[in-house]
Write a protein that binds this ligand. Structure first.
Ligand code: HEM
Length: 75
């Protein structure tokens, strides 16, 4: 089944991520449209291990984000 923002991607963002990025982005990781629009920036930071600022995502989760992008960024 294709990956979706609501089912697969949104749960990877902690409340802290959402709050910090509203202040620093500014964009809202809890909003599908924002994540879709900024997906390549977000992917770059995740794969560099640059974001989240406190602990990099696992390779599996970074790959999941990439698969979601390549699968057409379903809501
Ligand atoms: C999965 C979680 C996160 C993602 C995907 C993410 C993504 C990003 C992206 C794409 C930018 C660049 C924004 C731009 O240039 O317009 C950014 C900047 C920034 N983020 Fe995050 N972020 C996350 C979590 C966090 C957390 C937890 C913190 C701090 C506690 C944080 C602090 C910052 C700060 C200070 C900046 C501005 C400075 C910079 O560009 O490095 N982020 N983030």
């Amino acid at each position: 089944m294709a990956l979706s923002y609501a089912g697969d991607i949104r749960p990877l963002f902690r409340e802290m991520d959402v709050e910090e990025m509203k202040m620093n982005g500014p964009f809202d990781l809890s909003q599908y449209d924002d994540v879709k629009k900024r997906a390549s920036d977000i992917f770059q930071r995740l794969s560099d291990g640059d974001m989240p600022c406190d602990a990099a995502w696992s390779a599996d989760n970074v790959r999941k984000f990439k698969d979601w992008m390549e699968g057409g960024m379903n809501p």
